[in-house]
Design a protein around this ligand. Structure first.
Ligand SMILES: *Cc1c(COP(=O)(O)O)cnc(C)c1O
Length: 404
């Protein structure tokens, strides 16, 4: 008889977003006259930039041409895109990379979840709390997280690194050293960042302990402050301990078109074995390349017009972020984030739990956000608002919140 991977049976239900959807649907049904504003969105809302659309059209036409049709893409991505990535995202910051250190894929969510394939089940995993749930659930699926303990809302074999207000929502070094450390900066959900010297400390920690850092830089384009690193490879020694993930989803609106890349340096070795070689093998076996059309669209993001147009989109969202951040502060809330990230993390007033504040905001202001406790126990008492709505809706939502 066949057997399933029973690690899946240990996963708790995805309580957060289904509960939000149910609560909002029930409220809408009971109050059909009320206009709900959603500031919980984790997806971009602006249309694709004109330079991207033009590149898509051109690539589609090529596919219909007898001599320009494209079949399977190279496993690691077309050279034109990998060159554009290296030249624009890394060379400009003093980082040299070889073409075969760049792996183009269809998304950072899948890369973040799949990277575990090349690491032993015996590795101890360190995650931030609160956290982007993919890091936790993918390790649970592969048997690295142990068992889920409902009372503590924690997996018993993970090392949790609390991110608290007193540390600017950056993790502290854990007492037990993880073999694999997941870091995400600028952070989802807290919107926090760490400075270059702080990230250097993590790189030094990893090199000293022979750990690997999985660095998720999905929100890199939102960085506005000069001392915040855009890539972990800006830190000395990062090539021997870090894998970096970037996505076209949040900087260029590719959430629906799908494109991302992962950097695995050739200097990253484990007992003489090249981690780059393992990921190349994994990629070649389980992934058949991102579509030509989408890679051409990705190349257009790095064109002069593409850079200008996508920067304008990021600026649009960051204008919303500023509005939310300053509006909430004016209304007496304790807020963070929103400076280098499209996420604003607020402390719930009057010691409300995250879910009590969710209900309060929905019922009294008809505004939907995301309870911080859904991202981990240390998110309790916090709440996430996002800058991905329209400017008009963001203004209206803030007016309502100020009147509470
Ligand atoms: C949105 C997001 C990504 C991007 O995922 P894609 O699969 O590339 O769309 C990666 N990491 C975090 C933390 C995110 O919030």
């Amino acid at each position: 008889m066949f057997k399933i991977n029973d690690n899946y049976l240990k996963l708790p239900g995805s309580y957060l977003f289904s509960t939000i959807a149910k609560k909002v649907a029930a409220f809408e049904k009971a109050n059909p006259d009320k206009k709900i504003i959603r500031l919980g969105i984790g997806d971009v809302t602006l249309p694709l930039a004109p330079a991207v659309i033009t590149a898509l059209h051109t690539a589609v036409d090529e596919m219909g041409g007898k001599n320009s049709f494209k079949g399977y893409a190279p496993d690691q991505g077309y050279e034109f895109l990998r060159r554009a990535i290296i030249d624009n995202d890394f060379k400009t910051r003093g980082v040299e990379l070889d073409l075969d250190e760049v792996f183009v894929s269809d998304g950072s969510k899948s890369d973040a979840a799949n990277i575990g394939d090349i690491f032993s089940v015996d590795n101890k995993i360190g995650v931030c709390d609160p956290v982007y749930p993919v890091y936790v659930d993918s390790n649970a699926m592969s048997g690295r997280a142990g068992s889920y303990v409902a009372e503590t809302e924690r997996w018993d074999n993970l090392i949790y690194m609390p991110c608290k207000e007193e540390n600017g929502f950056a993790p502290e070094f854990p007492q037990e050293v993880p073999d694999i450390i997941y870091l995400c900066f600028p952070n989802n959900p807290t919107g926090s960042t760490i400075k270059k010297d702080q990230l250097q400390e993590w790189v030094d920690f990893a090199n000293k302990n022979k750990s690997v850092i999985i660095y998720d830089a999905a929100y890199e384009a939102y960085i506005s402050e000069a001392d915040v690193p855009h890539s972990i490879y800006e830190c000395e020694g990062a090539k021997t301990c870090a894998i970096e993930m970037r996505s076209f989803s949040k900087n260029a609106g590719f959430t629906g078109t799908r494109l991302a890349y992962t950097i695995v340096p050739k200097d990253l070795l484990c007992g003489g074995v090249s981690v780059n070689g393992l990921w190349a093998r994994r990629h070649g076996t389980k992934f058949n390349g991102a579509p030509y059309i989408i890679q051409k669209a990705g190349e257009a993001v790095y064109s002069e017009e593409g850079k200008k147009q996508t920067a304008e989109q990021v600026a649009y969202y960051m204008k919303n972020a500023k509005l939310i951040r300053e509006g909430l502060a004016e209304a007496g809330y304790s807020v963070s984030g929103g400076i280098n990230a499209p996420y604003i993390w607020l402390k719930t007033p009057n010691n409300m739990t995250s879910w009590e504040f969710f209900d309060h905001l929905l019922e009294k202001a008809n505004v939907v956000g995301t309870p911080g406790s859904g991202f981990g126990p240390n998110g309790e008492g916090y709440f996430r608002l996002t800058a991905f709505g329209s400017y008009e809706n963001t203004v209206a939502a803030l007016d309502r919140i100020k009147k509470l």
